[in-house]
Design a protein around this ligand. Structure first.
Ligand code: ATP
Ligand code: MG
Length: 572
């Protein structure tokens, strides 16, 4: 079997799942963001896919398979050919017709729906596929976590009414919870940003792991959980200030570009300074104000501006486009679009940049000295804020997004004219939902959550094999025969078993066993030769026991089946 394990940690791999997937011989890189799944990597991914399929089918969804190559015309119809940006890999065929590699399949599935779904009698309908996606990610990294080519389960529901669509959404929410429970992962569904649609119709399923790219906020008192991109910041009541409004005065602050430096120099606190950040929103410069001790939450900004893309502008870009001096920018008389976090509007006699190199202003007062185009919740929530639902205290934690469910409404059905006839005989647009799971990312996330210094510690349902039989007496014919017989008996008992019959030193075989993370390890060696005993070791706990050779297959199969049954029962 091709399991090319290595001892060294590959330098290119920053996160532990990437390191271990390479070291354990699960994947190999072809080029940036593109990986080959070697036999064990593929086996682990198929484990995830199988659980996903079972639970999707159980919820009434049907599997199909759409093409990976998609014609540009369809994307023109939805308006995304222009809007999607450089993540969409576009190309031409020999007839100069334009295509893309599917990063997602709303267009194609809606095309199926408009051709095949004609009557309310066919609804609801939920269709899904497990398929390779391509997204030309700006920063492919972390191995399977953020690839350019990756495997996704994407599903789409079609309903006659909005209530129907909400019901389909709830069914998927439950199916996803069952899926990740059955994978043996610790996870949380969190409220997610739903962009222009709004409302609580988007949830992300997050595997809790320190290395997660997403930050979640979880309430300690109620069951509120949200992505920080979406978590609503409650505005503290503004204490009616008895401070008299001071005049706006320019002061010299040479070389003081950072909030803390300016605050210290002027003898105020960071929270008394207005921080002005310049973003490019769909390439238009926008000044964004937050209190000096706060951070801008760019997704909130994107939604407020109704932009497709917002990014922080680089210093030289700011200068080239606006002639504003970075470090000294402020809201008073600023010549570009200005928006502010709600909290800024409560500030009195604040400090802000003067839009002049080496100068700040004191006595800056919102309303009097500047008026933003829009104000609202634009900042990142912190653990010091209170729960927007119950007022309880909050905790921030890291997570990896493995699934995303989304109520789409009629966005695509209207754009592509996908209608059905309702009971009264009227044509109505189909009401849609879409539901994704990063099948390949789940493998990486499982490892991020479950590993130790020696290697992967697979949850049983995702392990490429359930049991590893180590033959430590490869030179001894009898021992070898015993190991092979055990291997056979375990398979006959319905288990997935890997036999290590390599002529290697025991130390090296044990090391590889730990690295691969197969949950049950049975060793046939000296103790078998002397006393007819084999050693069973559990990868997760390190618990070791000796069992009689003749009883080993039955005992191990009982343990494995019991563990899997417990996980299945937990969701039934
Ligand atoms: P992200 O915010 O991580 O870029 P996304 O919002 O673009 O994710 P969706 O379009 O909702 O992701 O895709 C559905 C699922 O596909 C995600 O929840 C994630 O698990 C997975 N996924 C998305 N992008 C990648 C990628 N580049 N590599 C691996 N898996 C991915
Ligand atoms: Mg993405």
């Amino acid at each position: 079997m091709l399991i090319p394990t290595t001892r060294e940690t590959p330098a290119e791999a920053e996160v532990v799942s990437h390191q271990l997937l390479l070291r354990a011989g699960f994947i190999r890189k072809l080029t940036s963001g593109l990986y080959t799944y070697l036999p064990l990597g593929l086996a682990a991914m198929q484990k995830v896919a199988e659980i996903v399929r079972q639970e999707m089918n159980r919820s009434g969804a049907q599997e199909l398979l759409m093409p990976m190559v998609q014609p540009a015309d369809l994307w023109e119809e939805s308006g995304r050919w222009k809007k999607y940006g450089p993540e969409l890999l576009r190309f031409r065929d020999r007839h100069e017709r334009e295509y893309c590699l599917g990063p997602t399949h709303e267009e194609v599935i809606t095309d199926i729906a408009r051709r095949e779904l004609h009557s309310y009698k066919q609804l609801p309908m939920n269709l899904y596929q497990v398929q390779t996606k391509f997204r030309d990610e700006i920063r492919p990294r972390f191995g399977l976590m953020r690839g350019r080519e990756f495997v996704m389960k994407d599903g789409y529901s079609f309903d006659a009414t909005d209530e129907g669509a909400s019901a389909s959404y709830r069914i998927m929410h439950e199916a996803y919870s069952r899926i990740f429970k059955r994978c043996g992962l610790e996870f949380r569904p969190v409220e997610a940003d739903s962009g222009s649609i709004g409302g609580s119709f988007s949830h992300e399923f997050m595997v809790l792991a320190e290395t997660g790219e997403d930050t979640l906020v979880i309430c300690r008192s109620c069951d509120y959980a949200a992505n920080v991109e979406k978590a609503k910041v409650l505005l503290a009541d503004s204490q009616a200030s008895d401070q008299e409004l001071q005049p706006c005065v320019k002061v010299e602050t040479p070389g003081m570009k950072k909030v803390d430096r300016v605050a210290e120099f002027l003898g105020v606190q960071a929270k008394d300074v207005i921080k002005t950040m310049i973003y490019l929103a769909d390439d238009e410069p926008v000044a964004v104000l937050v209190r000096g001790d706060r951070e801008v939450q760019s997704v909130k900004l994107k939604n407020m501006l109704n932009a497709t893309d917002v990014e922080l502008a680089e210093d030289d870009e700011i200068w080239r486009r606006t002639k504003l001096p970075t470090g000294y920018i402020g809201p008073v008389d600023i010549p570009i679009k200005l928006v502010a976090d709600q909290e800024v509007m409560q500030m009195v006699n604040a400090v802000a940049g003067a839009c002049e190199k080496g100068n700040h202003l004191t006595g800056v007062n919102p309303g009097r000295d500047f008026t933003p185009l829009m104000t609202g919740d634009l900042r990142q929530i912190t653990p010091e804020d209170s729960c927007p639902v119950c007022g309880g205290s909050l905790e921030l934690t890291e997570g990896i997004e493995v699934g995303h469910i989304f109520k789409l409404g009629t966005k695509y059905s209207k754009a592509l004219n996908a209608t059905f006839q309702d009971k009264e005989g009227h044509q109505q647009p189909l009401v849609m939902g879409c539901y994704g799971i990063g099948v390949s990312r789940v493998v990486a996330a499982a490892i991020e959550q479950n590993h130790d210094k020696n290697g992967i510690v697979f949850p049983l349902p995702l392990a490429p094999f359930q049991v590893l039989v180590l033959n430590l007496g490869v030179k001894n014919e009898e021992t070898t025969r015993a190991a092979e017989k055990l291997y056979q008996n375990l398979q006959d008992a319905g288990l997935e078993v890997l036999l290590d019959d390599r002529d290697e030193r025991p130390g090296s075989k044990f090391k590889d066993a730990d690295l691969l993370g197969i949950p049950y390890r049975v060793t046939v060696g000296k103790t078998w030769e002397k006393e007819g005993l084999v050693e069973l070791r559990l990868r997760q706990t390190g618990d070791t026991s000796t069992i009689e050779y003749d009883k080993a297959a039955e005992k191990i199969s009982t343990m494995v089946h019991a563990e899997l049954k417990a996980l299945r029962d937990a969701v039934s």
